[in-house]
Design a protein around this ligand. Structure first.
Ligand SMILES: Cc1cc2nc3c(=O)[nH]c(=O)nc-3n(C[C@H](O)[C@H](O)[C@H](O)COP(=O)(O)O)c2cc1C
Length: 308
């Protein structure tokens, strides 16, 4: 069973991937999703290239892209091959209002023919394995349903198909539909036996992934998203000690200062990953939240380690 860190915009940048690699590396990383339109434009290329930066602990890593213009998929895929990626993944599941309004992400489920065109354009442009990540359907009542949508994608003989087991309109509000896994595996076996099926949704850690893989032995892998935010050690067998969490936060700060181009405030999303579930955690976190730079947080962490 392959364990994968899910692509997460604003989270799984090169900094966070290095942090997870230090805690316990999954088998495979994904970049955050990047718009092929911006890669194809003079104005957006610099930023897109920044998002495609690969660091030493990244490989094997898959670049995730989104958009709706087949030529831009080709152009981006050609470039990705030269950058050292292990594969190219097409996002067909993002529910973000702006992405969907643009016809990308989960919006692609509404234009299945265009989705297929984008896959083909990508496959033709690169020798890298091409995969897709999608949801079951747009909604339970609207448009193409999972029992047509997934076969349509499988027919493209993707290297891998990650299924976030919810519809777009379900967002993350209902439990993932694990009950559909056997049916999805059957479709795969019939249509594209070589395509790896990766299951995604609500799996919090390695143990839970192993339980799922034991229950559904046909799945090839499990992808973990939010579980890695709430516990960057989620790919490890054992739970971290508080000292390990603090030490990882120190490492996170160090890598952030060295490699991130994002404002320091974005670090605040992560303090809860390291400081929670013990008496006094809220107070320490509150001090971190008002800190204005990495050095201030570092001092708070060092104090906290002394107090252990
Ligand atoms: C903050 C955040 C950003 C996300 N960004 C992306 C993205 O860039 N590409 C993508 O395919 N999915 C994205 N997702 C969806 C996750 O990859 C994953 O499918 C979803 O969170 C369900 O898995 P989980 O229950 O393990 O979190 C994002 C999710 C979150 C919470």
């Amino acid at each position: 069973m392959i364990l994968i860190l899910a692509p997460m915009e604003g989270v799984t940048d090169a900094v966070f991937r290095q942090v997870v690699a230090r805690a316990q590396r999954p088998d495979l990383f994904f970049t955050e999703f990047t718009n092929v339109n911006s890669f194809a434009s003079l104005k957006g290329r610099k930023n897109a290239l920044e998002r495609f930066k690969i660091t030493e602990t990244d490989p094997p890593i898959i670049a995730q892209i989104w958009g709706r213009v087949p030529e831009y998929f080709s152009e981006t895929a050609r470039a990705l091959q030269k950058m050292g990626f292990f594969g190219v993944d097409i996002n067909m599941g993002c529910p973000d209002r702006h992405v969907v309004a643009n016809g990308g992400g989960a919006g692609m489920i509404k234009t299945p023919e265009l989705a297929v065109e984008c896959i083909r354009a990508t496959k033709e442009a690169t020798e890298l394995p091409v995969s897709a990540k999608t949801r079951l359907s747009y909604s339970n009542t609207e448009g193409i349903q999972y029992n047509e949508w997934l076969p349509l994608l499988l027919k493209e003989q993707l290297s891998m198909l990650t299924v976030h087991l919810r519809t777009k309109t379900e967002m993350s509000k209902v439990p993932a539909h694990y009950e559909l896994i056997p049916e999805i595996l059957k479709m795969r076996d019939e249509i594209a036996p070589e395509t790896k099926i990766i299951v995604n949704g609500d799996v919090k850690n390695r143990k839970e992934a192993e339980v799922l893989a034991e229950k559904y032995p046909g799945i090839d892998g499990v992808m973990i998203g939010r579980g890695a935010i709430s516990n960057p050690f989620c790919f490890r067998e054992t739970e971290p000690t508080q000292k390990e969490l603090y030490e990882l936060l120190l490492y996170h700060l160090e890598v952030f200062e060295r490699d991130s181009r994002r404002p320091f405030e974005t670090m605040r999303h992560f303090f809860k990953s390291y400081v929670k579930d013990f008496p006094g955690a809220g107070e320490i976190r509150n001090r971190m939240m008002v800190a204005e730079n990495a050095e201030e947080v570092r001092r708070i962490v060092k104090d906290a380690i002394m107090g252990l």
